[in-house]
Design a protein around this ligand. Structure first.
Ligand code: SF4
Length: 348
């Protein structure tokens, strides 16, 4: 069965051309499937006869996610959605409000790419679940489409930073990103779609070789390989040295500044030495550093105090000298913040 909301328009055209579907019609089918979540009504598409539409029903479908819950943060307007797709596993997406410019209110959606995750970062609730399964492209597209349908303002950005490691589900993630960015899909600009990785080196190399138009974010969190291995077991399979070689290739091929995410953990990776090691690791490489407070529901890891954070920022400015942004990780009261997604609702 061909899913109209799970293929790019080019793929739909290739798959359905023998049934009489032109590229123009493929675009209309994709647009209708993504934006309405429904099979096209007879007569709704100028390009297609009711008979052809009926014939297509035998080979194509528009699957939908079941929305199990929607919880809105009373603190900051973040909204967490719990979905079920093609299987019993549940997964989450988060709507992040960008309402600081009243003349252009919009949202970014944080999408899950897998149910659970195999990488086991010690500060992450998803990692504690273990890996359940990869999500299909349509299941990722539908997270964004359903949230758009539920929203008063447009979704203008997507971050693949929810549950799962996107580069371990590479084909489906890239297909979903393409559908989201197609003008006849969700028409979200490629550079407003970020794909985050904990450091899957072959995936980064493939991303570079394929000249993907999306943004890459690398979760580094520690520049010392021994510490990194303690926090992010993926370091054992893809050591920092190899990761940095792949990141440098990415920069050389694209000319883009590389964005690193750094999960801030009090007393663990916020010392002057951490800044010094990061400076040594990234020498001559233009980077942006996103600092994100750890959100560990177990309480084992704590975010730094104001004073500790200020001291770390000063050290980064002194040693690294690159732009540092503190990314607000909201929705803590509804367990929607970075690292808190666990495919279930918070206790009432
Ligand atoms: Fe997986 Fe990302 Fe959580 Fe690490 S932080 S366990 S890569 S979901």
């Amino acid at each position: 069965m061909i899913f109209l909301n799970g293929q790019t328009s080019g793929e739909l055209h290739a798959a359905l051309a023998s049934a009489g579907v032109s590229l123009r019609l493929a675009r209309q089918l994709l647009r209708t499937a993504v934006r309405t979540g429904a099979w096209p009504a007879p007569g709704a598409l100028s390009e297609v006869s009711p008979r052809l539409l009926e014939r297509l029903r035998d080979v194509a479908a528009v699957p939908r996610l079941t929305r199990l819950e929607r919880v809105e943060s009373a603190e900051d307007g973040f909204v967490k959605y719990l979905f079920r797709g093609d299987g019993p596993e549940t997964f989450e997406a988060v709507r992040i409000p960008l309402l600081h410019r009243p003349e252009d209110p919009k949202y970014v959606v944080c999408v899950s790419s897998q149910a659970g995750c195999a990488l086991g970062c010690v500060f992450c609730a998803t990692g504690r679940l273990g890996f359940r399964r990869d999500l299909a492209a349509w299941e990722m597209v539908e997270q964004v489409a359903q949230i758009q349908a539920d929203s008063p303002h447009p979704v203008r950005g997507v971050v693949f930073m929810g549950m799962g490691e996107p580069l371990l589900n590479y084909d489906a993630v890239i297909r979903a990103a393409r559908i989201l960015s197609e003008p006849c899909g969700m028409a979200i600009a490629g550079k407003a779609i970020s794909i985050s990785t904990a450091g899957i080196v072959p995936g980064i190399r493939r991303f570079t070789a394929e000249k993907q138009p999306f943004r890459l974010v690398v979760s580094l969190t520690a520049a010392d390989p021994v510490l990194r291995r303690r926090l992010m077991p993926v370091e054992a399979a893809h050591p920092t040295a190899e990761l940095m070689a792949a990141v440098r290739e990415y920069h050389a091929a694209t000319g883009l500044r590389v964005t690193f995410a750094w999960i801030l953990i009090a007393g663990v990776n916020t010392r002057e030495d951490d800044a010094r090691q990061l400076a040594a690791l990234t020498r001559d490489l233009p980077i942006t550093l996103d600092l994100i407070d750890v959100n560990d529901p177990t309480g084992r890891f704590q975010p730094p105090s104001r004073a500790e954070l200020d001291a770390f920022r000063d050290a980064l400015t002194a040693h690294v000298g690159m732009p540092v942004a503190r990314r607000y990780s909201g929705g803590k009261d509804i367990h929607a913040a970075c690292g808190m997604l666990a495919g279930r609702l918070p206790p009432a």
